[in-house]
Every structure is written in structure tokens, then in C-alpha cells.
Design a binder for this molecule. Structure first.
Ligand SMILES: Cc1cc2nc3c(=O)[nH]c(=O)nc-3n(C[C@H](O)[C@H](O)[C@H](O)COP(=O)(O)OP(=O)(O)OC[C@H]3O[C@@H](n4cnc5c(N)ncnc54)[C@H](O)[C@@H]3O)c2cc1C
Length: 439
């Protein structure tokens, strides 16, 4: 598009943004501009990396409040630390909580499997706050709800629900699993419920029995009632505090729930509304929580059941797979959960978003044309996203059997379910250590 054509396009788009046009021909702008939709982990990682690499970046985040409250603990993969460093955020492993091993307990509390594997847990909100503080505040737009995306050969635009338009060289959709940007590019790609959900909760360390803290605060802890799985591990406490006495214990209890009426009931809140896209913790019906806590006493060793009993504000999260065919088209790219959601067993959601952000920045540095960069990025990261989804589904194949030991509808004879030993050994390991023979 030539200078006049582009200026016509700008006028038509009613943009409130002003382009700095340095030359009418050839290199049109000295500083390229990226518009990022979504200001969570993926958006802030991409935003910080591109800003440090000379781009002007606008981040548009729908939520008006900070997102700190959303996160629990994460066990970062090595590549996440590298991407954080590139984004200008140094995270030293020694400020996290050291996890030395994995241990699985039977109903009586006997440890029937253990495996040494060193990792550290840090807090989602610590990383989110560091990335947020590092990003220029004047370019972060909270309460900016993007409702449309468009592009032409010279630029890409997004429009907010108040009609304001932002225009740049490219748009990056970092807007999560229910991405508006993906919906516009690839409407057929949708999250797929995989037949189980996770009850989630956290307990302050000071409310946990001392023998539980001794046994469980330096490990990933598992329990496997028939057809179900519990994983629990220490995470940072309030204000990202990782000092003993101030930490928290985080659990995810995976339970098969049939799609349809049963699932709908779990996601119908105290307000009587069916919250299909995720139920806010404050709306989970107390009778569901009471039943779940009672069943915890029937299924888990008493030490875990007591901890679950004391957890305030437990909530449910349905588990999905999401796989895009491509991660961009023309001047619009998608990253993180907008493109691929791998089940939580692989513990790689934030790291995957970080790898996407780093790969996109590399491609933009390598290619003169934004479209070529997005195409190269898409080829590289679509393969990686598929591999992550496949690996997490392998870890989740345990749930192909129902609690009564019958094969569920999604039983895959080519990949018979993995058992507890496999899960204990491989949950949340470095993706780079996953080899073909375990896939
Ligand atoms: C049960 C569970 C456990 C998990 N545990 C881990 C773990 O241990 N370790 C780990 O690394 N990962 C974990 N994850 C995954 C992790 O939370 C995400 O993968 C990660 O945060 C990357 O997300 P994202 O930035 O791509 O998207 P999100 O975090 O979903 O952010 C999308 C952002 O876009 C904004 N947005 C959406 N639509 C619009 C719009 N139209 N306009 C403007 N803004 C918009 C949203 O408000 C949101 O802030 C877990 C996930 C689940 C479900």
C-alpha cells in the first residue's frame, strides 16, 4: 500500500493513534508498532520483549483490575526464565520454593511411589507483577475490550467496544482460551472439554498441621483414588512470600464429570446462572463444596482430607484441549492460550506463552516483512503447541477409564491409559526432556 492509500485507510479506521511516517517510500517507519490484545502473562511477555527490542507496543487489556488474584503457583520451565530475562525480568531460582521430589500416597497414607526431580515453585502473581512493573504504564490500557480486528496490506487494526481504534504493523492476540482474535481468524477452532474438571484450592501454611508441612512442602504430592487424581504442592503466600511459615499449599483434584447435565450443574452458580466459560469462585454453590469435602474423606488419606477440609473458597475449573492449525494470518498472530491449551498436567501454560512471545520476536527480527515473520513464527510454534497438547493429553489419558474401571468414550486403544507411576514420574517435567518413547 502506498502512502496515500494508507492514509485513506487510517482515516477510514478513525484511529486515535497517530503514525510517525518518516518516509513515504521504502521503510515507512523507523519504529514499528505492535498492538497486543490481552495483558496477562502472554501479552506482557510479548510486550516487554518487543519494547526492549525497539518496538512501540500498546497492550489492551479488557479487565480493569490487576490480575494478581487469578494466579496460584507455577513451576517454571527453563525456557520461561530465559524469556523473562529477555523481557527484562530476572527471576532467581533461590527466591522460589524448592521442590525435590514427587511422592504418591495410597488411601492409608502409605507412600507407594516416589521419584526425585528438582524444580522450584514460584508465584504467578510475582511474575505477573514484575512484568507489569517493567512495561511502560502509558502503553498499558486497562479496561480496553477489543471487539473487532482487521488488516490490509499495510497495517492491522483493532477496535474497542467504545469505538476507539488502534492501528499498528501487527496485532498479537494474547487474549486467552476464548480468544476474540482467534475467533475472527479461525472461527472453527474451539476448546474441547476432555471429560474431567479440577477442584482447586489453597491453604495458608499456618493453617496446615506441622506434620503435613514437614512431609509435603518440598514435594509434588499425589493421590489416585479410582479414576481420579490429586496433586498438591507448595506455592508462594501473600505478597509472593516464599519464607517457611508464610507459604500456601495448592491442590488440584481432577474428577471425571460427564459433559451435559452433570457438567452444567457443576458450573451453575448460586445466582442460578450457568457459567459455561468459567465460574467465579464466589459463585460456586456451597452444597457442591460440602459434598466434595465429604467425598475427600472417603477417598484420600486423612492428612490430605483434613487439609482440603480447611481450604476456603474452593472452586472448579473444567479441563480443555485447544489446538489451532495456524498461529497467524497476514499481520495478525495469536500466542499463548489463544492458540493452544495443553491440560495442566504438563505445567507449561506460561512457559509455552513465553516461548511463543520469544519466537515471534525472533521472527520479526529476522524478516523485513511482518507477514513473512508471522508465517515463520506460525510454522515453528504450531508444531511446538501440538507437541505440548499431545504430551499433556498423554498424561491425562489416565482419565480414559471411569471411576468404576470401565473404558470411557474417548478411550484410545493406540494409547492405552498411563498409570500413577507414569504420572508421578512425568507430570510437569521440562518439555525439552519429553522423548518420543514416552509419548
Ligand atoms: C487449572 C489450571 C492450572 C494451571 N497451572 C499452570 C501451571 O502450574 N503452570 C503454568 O505455567 N501454567 C498453568 N496454567 C496455564 C496458565 O494459566 C496460562 O497458560 C498462561 O497464563 C498463559 O495465558 P495467556 O496469557 O495466553 O492467556 P490468559 O492468561 O488467559 O490471558 C488472556 C488475557 O486476555 C484478556 N482478554 C481476553 N479477551 C480480551 C479482549 N477481547 N480484549 C482485551 N483483553 C482481552 C483477558 O482479560 C486476560 O487477561 C494452568 C491453567 C489451568 C486452567
Amino acid at each position: 500500500m502506498n502512502f496515500q492509500e494508507r492514509s485513506r485507510f487510517r482515516k477510514a479506521s478513525c484511529s486515535v493513534e497517530v503514525w510517525i511516517v518518516l518516509e513515504a517510500v521504502g521503510r515507512e517507519r523507523a519504529v514499528k508498532k505492535a498492538i497486543i490484545v490481552g495483558g496477562s502473562m502472554g501479552g506482557l511477555l510479548a510486550g516487554n520483549i518487543l519494547t526492549r527490542e525497539g518496538w512501540t507496543v500498546e497492550v489492551l487489556e479488557r479487565s480493569r483490575e490487576g490480575l494478581e488474584a487469578r494466579g496460584a503457583g507455577i513451576v517454571p520451565q527453563r525456557s520461561l526464565l530465559a524469556a523473562l530475562k529477555r523481557a527484562g525480568v530476572i527471576v532467581r531460582p533461590d527466591i522460589g520454593i524448592r521442590i525435590e521430589k514427587r511422592v504418591a500416597y495410597d488411601r492409608t497414607g502409605h507412600a507407594f511411589a516416589s521419584h526425585r526431580y528438582e524444580q522450584f515453585a514460584t508465584s504467578w502473581s510475582l511474575l505477573y507483577n514484575l512484568l507489569g512493573q517493567n512495561f511502560p504504564a502509558e502503553h498499558f490500557h486497562a479496561g480496553a475490550n477489543v471487539v473487532a480486528v482487521g488488516q490490509n496490506p499495510g497495517s492491522a487494526t483493532v477496535t474497542l467496544d467504545n469505538g476507539v481504534t488502534f492501528e499498528g504493523d501487527l496485532v498479537i492476540g494474547a487474549d486467552g482460551m476464548r480468544s476474540m482474535i482467534r475467533g475472527a481468524l479461525f472461527p472453527k477452532i474451539q476448546p474441547r472439554y476432555v471429560g474431567y474438571l479440577a477442584w482447586r484450592g489453597m491453604l495458608e501454611e499456618r493453617h496446615a498441621p506441622p506434620d503435613f508441612v514437614d512431609a509435603c512442602f518440598s514435594a509434588l504430592n499425589f493421590s489416585f483414588p479410582d479414576g481420579e487424581e490429586l496433586i498438591g504442592y507448595p506455592v508462594a503466600g501473600q505478597n509472593s512470600n516464599v519464607e517457611p511459615g508464610h507459604r500456601r499449599f495448592n491442590i488440584m483434584w481432577y474428577r471425571p464429570i460427564s459433559p451435559g447435565a452433570e457438567l452444567r450443574d457443576m458450573f451453575t452458580g448460586v445466582d442460578g446462572v450457568h457459567h459455561e466459560a468459567g465460574i467465579p469462585p464466589s459463585l460456586v454453590r456451597p452444597e457442591l463444596i460440602a459434598t466434595m469435602k465429604k467425598e475427600a474423606h472417603e477417598l484420600f488419606p486423612v492428612i490430605f482430607a483434613n487439609v482440603i477440609d480447611r481450604m476456603p473458597g474452593m472452586f472448579v475449573q473444567a479441563i480443555y484441549d485447544l489446538e489451532a492449525d495456524h498461529m497467524g494470518e497476514g499481520r495478525v498472530a495469536i500466542i499463548g492460550d489463544a492458540a493452544f491449551v495443553a491440560r495442566p498436567h504438563c505445567g507449561a501454560g506460561v512457559s509455552k506463552a513465553a516461548d511463543d512471545a520469544a519466537s515471534l520476536a525472533d521472527a520479526l527480527a529476522r524478516h523485513d516483512r511482518v507477514e513473512d515473520a508471522i508465517s515463520a513464527f506460525s510454522a515453528e510454534r504450531t508444531a511446538a503447541g501440538r507437541a505440548a497438547v499431545r504430551w499433556a493429553a498423554r498424561l491425562g489419558s489416565y482419565f480414559q477409564m471411569d471411576p468404576a474401571g470401565r473404558r470411557r468414550g474417548d478411550f484410545d486403544p493406540k494409547h492405552p491409559p498411563v498409570g500413577p507411576d507414569f504420572i508421578v514420574k512425568y507430570t510437569g517435567i521440562e518439555l525439552s526432556e519429553v522423548t518420543e518413547d514416552v509419548l
